[in-house]
Write a protein that binds this ligand. Structure first.
Ligand code: ATP
Length: 429
């Protein structure tokens, strides 16, 4: 195990980890890499999220480390943690970052409350973690570099394909771990062991979600919907009767699987299209699907309860407002001019439009939305307000109206060059 552990890890990263181990030693501390990175090394999954635990003062260590590597330092005094952002990257376009924490012990004074934290040993730090598979470490000190540390048989559980908590109070301490259990189970094709599943049921019966910080539940929900194949996790959450904590009216019918699949197909199609697609929130499109059976008030309440950002809330509510109406409009048999479709779709977020496309029953509707995205959405005209003023039009709303009409003519293919646009404007005047 110890020798294989660095297989396929970029040399640059191994060197950095060695440096971290040596620097910690110089300061009289010990450094370890912990959590998802270790788990994914064993599973052979690519993961460059580096979480370091220091037996010693992590903030003092991080200051010196950031100085040495010329990285940017962000300190979170309250938690005794720091992040160092390196001046280089491993994965494309993203500065490489290292999260560094002091080894600590947590004590939960009340169920689901934030814990009291006390600095401690690596073993205690690993014991406060969610599952055995996430509670393994690799030593970074010079004489034990690469040594695999596994106090709770995480390796055994990986071999068995099991998600298992470290102690029976785990979900009472932190019920968001229920989402995490399902997420890891479904991601790796593991199963939550019987004891852990019983503890989940007990925590649910005792309404532990009701006592948890809502933002944390929202963040876990987003992480779940960001999984590669979220429908599996959603189905499992449904089976464990956990979705009612998100909203009691969420219904999981057989159509949802089909809809999730269709969303992914539409999303992949759009993101690989020649358009310069901006980054879209795929999780939000899945959430739109999950909230299909809620009315507008239900969506509004849910956004408030889980403190979704203003931007997320606007997109979710506008989807609820317009999706069915617009789908009905787009399924009309008669010919629709591209500009008529443009006027309906342009005000909507791309997430809403892709959701509608995934939901649309007929090919005609899908094609109409597809044409809007590929041909009309980004059409621009060359005529400006100044041009219209030169024709004698006074400053005021009429200018905007006429520019809008020129745009529609351009979308419908009636004008193309600037001079055609201006001739068209003259005719309108
Ligand atoms: P992913 O691949 O989804 O990022 P990860 O294991 O790296 O998985 P993170 O959320 O980045 O997950 O957390 C890093 C580590 O912190 C976990 O591996 C786990 O050891 C610990 N951890 C995270 N959340 C919790 C929690 N709610 N309770 C206990 N330990 C946690």
């Amino acid at each position: 195990m110890d020798k294989k552990i660095w297989r396929a890890v970029p040399v640059k990263l191994v060197k950095l980890l060695r440096f971290i181990g040596e620097m910690a030693e110089v300061k009289g501390y010990s450094a370890f890499i912990v959590g998802g990175f270790v788990r994914d090394r064993i599973l052979g999954v690519k993961n460059f999220d580096v979480d370091i635990v220091i037996e010693g003062d992590a903030i003092d260590f991080s200051r010196s480390f950031a100085d040495e590597v010329k990285g940017a330092l962000v300190v979170h005094h309250k938690f005794g943690t720091a992040t160092v952002v390196m001046p280089w990257s491993i994965a494309k376009d993203k500065r490489f970052k290292v999260d560094i924490a002091t080894a600590r012990k947590e004590r939960y004074r009340a169920p689901a409350a934030l814990p009291d934290v006390e600095f401690s040993s690596l073993r205690d730090d690993l014991y406060r973690r969610d599952f055995t598979i996430n509670a393994m470490a690799i030593a970074l000190s010079r004489d034990s570099f690469g040594q695999f540390i596994d106090f709770f048989d995480g390796l055994g559980d990986i071999r068995k394909g099991v998600v298992s908590v470290l102690h029976k109070g785990s979900f009472i301490d932190d019920p968001t771990r229920i989402f995490r259990a399902v997420r890891f189970e479904q991601r790796f094709g593991f199963r939550i062991d019987k004891h852990t599943e019983d503890l989940i049921k007990t925590a649910i019966d005792e309404d532990m979600f009701g006592r948890t910080e809502r933002q944390r539940i929202r963040d876990e929900l987003i992480l779940m919907l960001n999984e590669r194949d979220p429908v599996k996790a959603v189905m499992r959450m449904h089976q464990l009767d956990e979705l009612r904590f998100i909203h009691p009216n969420i219904k999981i019918g057989k159509d949802l699987k089909r809809l999730f699949k269709s969303i992914k197909e539409r999303y992949d199609w759009y993101m690989t299209s020649p358009l310069k697609a901006k980054n879209l929130d795929l999780w939000l499109i899945y959430l739109m699907a999950l909230l299909s059976d809620l009315d507008k008030k239900g969506v509004r309440d849910l956004c408030g309860k889980f403190v979704f950002s203003r931007n997320d809330k606007i997109r979710l509510i506008s989807c609820k407002d317009s999706c069915d109406k617009i789908l009905q409009f787009l399924s009309r048999k008669k010919h629709l001019r591209p500009s008529e479709i443009y006027k309906r779709l342009r005000p909507l977020s791309c997430e809403t439009i892709l959701f509608m496309m995934a939901k649309a029953k007929g090919d005609k509707v899908k094609a109409r939305i597809g044409d809007f995205l590929m041909k009309s959405k980004d059409v621009k005209i060359k005529a400006k307000g100044m041009d219209l003023k030169r024709m004698g039009l006074k400053e005021g709303p009429a200018i905007g109206r006429i520019l809008g009409q020129i745009l529609c003519a351009k979308i419908d293919g009636e004008v193309s060059s600037k001079s055609e646009e201006l001739t068209y404007a003259r005719r309108l005047l």
